[in-house]
Design a protein around this ligand. Sequence first.
Ligand SMILES: *Cc1c(COP(=O)(O)O)cnc(C)c1O
Length: 491
Amino acid sequence: MSEEDSAGPSEEGLDPPDWEKLRTLAYRMVDDVIALHSKIGDRPAWQAPPPEVRERLTESPPAEGRGLEAVRERYLRDVEPYPFGNIHPRAWGWVNGTGSTVGALAELLAAALDTNAWGGDQASVYMERGVVRWAAEVMGLPTTTSGIVVSGGSTANLIALAAARDRQAGEPDGPVRERGLRDLERQPVFYASAEVHNSVDKAAALLGVGRDYLRKIPVDDEYRMDPAALEEALRADREAGLCPVCVIGTAGTVNTGAFDPLDRLADICDREGLWLHVDGAFGAVAALSPDLRPLLRGLERADSVAFDFHKWLHVPYGAGCVLVRDPEDHRRPFTTPAAYLQGLDRGIVGGGIDFSRLGPELSRPFRALKVWFPLQAFGVDLHRRLVEQNVRQARTLASLVEEHPRLALAAPVPLNVVCFRFVAPSASDDEANRTNREILMRLQESGVAAPSSTILRGAFVLRAAITNHRTRRDDLVTLVEEVARIGEDHG
Ligand SMILES: *Cc1c(COP(=O)(O)O)cnc(C)c1O
């Protein structure tokens, strides 16, 4: 202690005493990644973590470190076998991307750089602007469009609707932002179809508009918003002294992959002076394909668009994007002066701390890198072909279902989502729901395939959303055979 008395306690850090030893372990961890991805199809699509694993995972960290090697072994034993399953070739539940090895490596590099991507004069800022400009071009919005890479579609919807609220409710400079909603003379109202994603309900709640004032407009037989019903709702609300603010069109509904008639919605918004927001979490990515583009007619007229990189572009979670046509509108809700965040004429914050004015986050990870890396490495054309491939596969699955005597489609298949059921000839509605629920749980528990479910017009249906670059035709044949087999076994 006597030495320390004069020099103080010895100093420490998190860098290793032996870099070569760390290098060996780090290479081994890269090998783990390659082993995982290259053999992913041999594993179950999903398996539940056993009780002892759950127990270990919730333990508090040790006072004395175990060392990287021991932690890696724990990871391989307790974590790697038990993910959600979405990187598996037969995972089609909800809407999940498959990620990629290239994306995972980019994540490693982004974490290694550990840059704060909030703004300033650094590479991440220019790269993110490039990613946003490319996305705006794909969606048909002007190159001057503002945007930011966020955690996902839910945050993207929230940011876009904050911008809509602050431009439309109250005077141009936004008494809402300053004084909240209390002083507004008229209650703001949002409009979306009955099939809208629940992140929009959350946004209505968080923005103080209230979920009662998110009007759910009825849909037609193909689950698309009925524009005549929208016009009727607008008329009724104006007569009641409310303030219509924004119409949310969905490009690719989560239930069935339906597209609202965006062009008709844009006409109505033009005429009524309303903001048009498009939630295209996965569906907007169809804009890459000239063949699918007609589904999105009118997207280019939107005031804002939300979509995900981590779904149909297979960027590792979490990466979504919001685009706002007018940069002033985008900044309005999020610009608030702070002495400690001023830009300077030169130096690190020479460009200003810009991304912090485009959303609620201040410190931000370098999400753009894991978007940019795969796009650069694979190119845009491959991503387009993968989207088209999934759409073809959805049609294949739909045909296999239609051709099978015990299976039936439960909704049209406009894109990549296939809803279907096992049908037992004399089953009641309740029995049919029970059978299909049982089929789904057994499918998942067996690890053979992992679709999900939804309720359509009161019926429990199996649902495969194919946003998966690893899926092959045989995987869909297996799904159909297994559903029929389990159904017959159970029924
Ligand atoms: C997934 C999804 C969202 C939410 O996006 P997250 O990335 O999960 O936050 C919103 N809308 C639709 C249509 C979606 O499919």
